[in-house]
Design a protein around this ligand. Structure first.
Ligand code: SF4
Ligand code: SF4
Ligand code: SF4
Length: 253
């Protein structure tokens, strides 16, 4: 039986070395950046970033939500919650509608704007490596154990104990434990999370309103009628429209 895993990121331990950022690119065969890694953003070529806020460093990556809004809005089932805890996707199924981008409360999924067969890209918690018995690249390389990978229940316990044992060191909240229905990425920090650029004030429930916001943009025949052929017709049309828009944008640049 597969274990439910997660990642615990502790801001107090991160030294901003960028090893996680570089290793993530290596294990995912993504191009390494030439510029300062601290200035990079999540993109189809970057699944995690390290950001600096005064003297603190923090990471951004997919939160691997317990009830992922991105998956709930995906009409072709390209995104799925795996029994391992990772939210994974099948690039071959992706039809490029980008509703997951609108649905995600953490603003994570990115799009392959320049590809002729564009897909959504994001961290998949190194699900393939994990199933081979390896650690995710970022957790394997982290020299200070700021990024820890393991059983999600154990990580919750570790996070709670750190907060309890060091109340002067930590802001008393585990980000990701309850936000948007909870997630398999947890973050602890010495300062409130909005000071580190995280989306704050998310409700504790999962995010049907994010799903609905995205779904509102889909014609009612697709959402309400359940007419599969109409849906596929609309989605194909939408994909062609996106491709046309991208082509025009490229030519306009
Ligand atoms: S953070 Fe966004 S992309 Fe990641 S699982 Fe949650 S809804 Fe999906
Ligand atoms: S878990 Fe894997 S894909 Fe996700 S940020 Fe870490 S190295 Fe990258
Ligand atoms: S490898 Fe560890 S210490 Fe270095 S930036 Fe990443 S999380 Fe921070």
């Amino acid at each position: 039986m597969l274990k439910e895993n997660g990642i615990l990121f502790d801001v107090t331990l991160c030294v901003g070395c960028g090893s996680c950022y570089k290793k993530c690119k290596e294990v995912n065969s993504l191009p390494q950046a030439n510029n300062d890694f601290l200035k990079d953003h999540l993109s189809n070529n970057t699944y995690t970033v390290v950001e600096q806020y005064d003297k603190l460093y923090t990471r951004k990556l997919c939160m691997h939500c317990n009830e992922p809004a991105c998956a709930s809005v995906c009409l072709v089932g390209a995104i799925k919650k795996s029994p391992t805890g990772a939210v994974v996707y099948d690039g071959d199924k992706c039809i490029g509608c980008r509703y997951c981008m609108q649905a995600c409360p953490h603003k994570v999924p990115r799009y392959e704007w320049s590809s002729t067969k564009p897909r959504i890209r994001k961290c998949i918690m190194c699900n393939n490596r994990v199933q081979e018995g390896k650690l995710p690249g970022c957790a394997e390389i982290c020299p200070t154990e700021a990024t820890l990978f393991g059983n999600i229940d154990k990580l919750i316990e570790v996070a709670k104990n750190r907060l309890k044992d060091n109340p002067e060191k930590y802001y008393q909240h585990i980000y990701g434990l309850e936000e948007a229905g909870g997630s398999h990425v947890l973050i602890i920090s010495p300062v409130p999370f909005e000071q580190l650029g995280y989306v704050s004030k998310l409700p504790k429930e999962s995010m049907p309103e994010f799903t609905m916001r995205a779904m509102e943009k889909i014609p009612s025949v697709v959402v309400g009628g359940g007419v599969f052929l109409s849906a596929m017709y609309w989605l194909t049309k939408r994909k062609n429209q996106i491709a046309k828009e991208e082509k025009n944008n490229t030519h306009g640049n």
